[in-house]
Design a protein around this ligand. Structure first.
Ligand code: DC
Length: 222
């Protein structure tokens, strides 16, 4: 039997950094489901797929194979056998991911892959619909959020350090738009599961959030 922890929440709440650290402490496998959606989006972009055209989208999805593997305990994501992990974090891919992940045909493609992993391994899985749709019986569910201002500031500093040129206002606007899309789509919208524990990380350090997750896992005897 495997233990499953679900972490959901909006973009920029620090989910992946925190989930990675907590998974390491717990010796659980960290599953970044956003990376899987990003790999599909990259495939759609490469083939210039008009995603609003259902027949075109379905035909394109038929030709897209997503897989994940762990190299040195790091998740790598593969698109038709190619390791695309370094290519999926651009603004262009983020934007396409936000739009294509709203499509039920895209979500259906990843549901089985995510559930299979969770059935086989102790996982800490992060995403938007893990506690609500993918693993409704997860042993622990966390909804990790932070204010839009805090998330925008974090992302702004991150991209500025990498030489990015977006202004804080542009990033804030982008986060608001993405939140709206993630929360208002028809299929698997982002929302806190009824039995999820809410953590607002606006005024918390990464270490404090990780510590809180470890405290919650020990309460659940994980
Ligand atoms: O977590 P992230 O920023 O890498 O996610 C990228 C996009 O994928 C984001 O717009 C939300 C979407 N996503 C999703 O719809 N469901 C998931 N389980 C994970 C991500």
């Amino acid at each position: 039997m495997s233990f499953n922890i679900a972490i959901d929440g909006p973009a920029g709440a620090g989910k992946s950094t925190i989930a990675k650290l907590a998974a390491k402490e717990l010796s659980f496998i960290y599953v970044d489901t956003g990376a899987m959606y990003r790999a599909i989006a990259l495939g759609l972009l490469r083939n210039s797929v008009a995603i609003e055209n259902e027949a075109e989208l379905l035909a394109a999805l038929d030709q897209i194979e997503v897989g994940i593997r762990y190299v040195d305990q790091e998740q790598r994501v593969y698109l038709n056998g190619e390791d695309v992990s370094p290519l999926i974090r651009t603004e262009q891919v983020s934007d396409m991911t936000s739009r294509s992940s709203a499509k039920p045909q895209v979500r259906a493609k990843l549901t089985a892959l995510q559930r299979d992993l969770a059935a086989r391994e102790n996982v800490l899985m992060d995403g938007r619909d893990i506690g609500t749709e993918i693993l409704p019986n997860a042993d622990l569910k966390i909804y990790l959020t932070a204010s839009v201002e805090t998330r925008a500031k974090r992302r702004y500093l991150e991209q500025a350090a990498k030489g990015g040129s977006y202004t804080l206002e542009e990033i804030e606007e982008d986060i608001r738009e993405r939140d709206y899309r993630d929360m208002h789509r028809e299929t698997a919208p982002l929302r806190q599961a009824d039995d999820a524990v809410l953590i607002d990380s606006s005024d918390m350090t990464i270490e404090e959030v990780v510590h809180e997750i470890l405290r919650l896992t020990s309460l659940h005897n994980l």
